[in-house]
Ligand binder design. Structure first.
Ligand SMILES: Nc1ncnc2c1ncn2[C@@H]1O[C@H](COP(=O)(O)OP(=O)(O)OP(=O)(O)O)[C@@H](O)[C@H]1O
Ligand SMILES: [Mg+2]
Length: 257
């Protein structure tokens, strides 16, 4: 348990619990998301799987409040309006360039807490804790454009958790990462779950996340076609054309020893 994160970031996180009902996204005659209903239990990791174009990114953007979807989104039983979602739901974009704004790593991590109007001493505590948690100490004074792809990915996650969101959404967090960077992201997400965060990961690389998630939701054509415990989702993933290495059991799919 990363004890240094809990007092800094996680005082209220133990209560987080998200319930989504009938989320629908239409534009003119096109239905992108069709009456999606599901919940994310507090302190769990859920995998959002589905083939290219199934609607995963649109679902994440709708949850965050960046797309005008209809339906209700409740946190701990209380409906979240779009403005509240922008604050309490963190989204790590697939494209790190969309997210990284600071001229150094530490300034970038401080950007969110500064926007929240926190005291300087509080911001400094958060920046130190988040940089330590995500292993960014060695690069904290570097310009983000000089970072490797793996470091930039960790920085984009750092910027989101520094705002202490109730729910963390990640869109294809393994895009363009090599093996060590992949393991690093997976282990970091496991640590964040242990610290109390509730996490939803959209990825078509289901085989890398499955063993580390509690639940798996599968989308196809803007609809949810399966929503069950991850350990019971192998057959459904295969049925919907999502690659899982043959002959491996749920536990053998682990990427973090
Ligand atoms: N800005 C946009 N304008 C119009 N249609 C879009 C837009 N973005 C996505 N779409 C369409 O919406 C559908 C869902 O796309 P989305 O990006 O959510 O899929 P995805 O599951 O995230 O796919 P991938 O695995 O490739 O990231 C697709 O049919 C896509 O072509
Ligand atoms: Mg996508």
């Amino acid at each position: 348990m990363p004890v240094y994160l809990r007092p800094v970031l996680c005082d209220n996180l133990a209560m987080a619990w998200l319930e989504v009902k009938n989320l629908t996204l239409k534009e003119k005659d096109t239905l992108f998301l069709s009456e999606l209903s599901f919940s994310l239990e507090k302190g769990t990791i859920t995998l959002l799987a589905g083939r290219n174009g199934s609607g995963k990114s649109m679902l994440l953007k709708s949850l965050k409040g960046l797309l005008p979807a209809d339906g209700s989104i409740c946190l701990d039983g209380k409906e979240l309006k779009r403005r509240e979602r922008l604050r309490s739901i963190g989204l790590v974009f697939q494209e790190t360039a969309l997210q990284i704004v600071g001229s150094t790593v530490e300034k970038d991590v401080a950007f969110g807490p500064e926007n929240l109007g926190l005291e300087k001493s509080e911001i400094a505590k958060i920046v130190d804790a988040v940089i330590a948690e995500l292993g960014l100490e060695k690069v904290r004074t570097k310009n983000p454009s000089d970072l490797s792809g793996g470091e930039r990915r960790m920085l984009s996650i750092a910027g989101v958790i520094a705002m202490s969101p109730s729910i963390i959404l990640l869109d294809e967090p393994l895009a363009n990462l090599d093996y060590p960077a992949t393991v690093n992201v997976i282990k970091t997400l496991i640590k964040l779950k242990e610290a109390g965060f509730t996490i939803l990961i959209a990825s078509h690389e289901a085989e890398k996340f499955l063993a580390h998630t509690d639940r798996t939701i599968i989308m196809r054509g803007g609809k949810i076609v399966s929503d069950r415990k991850s350990e019971d989702s192998l057959d459904a993933l295969k049925k919907y054309g999502i690659y899982i290495p043959p002959k491996l059991t749920f536990k053998e799919l682990s990427w973090a020893e």
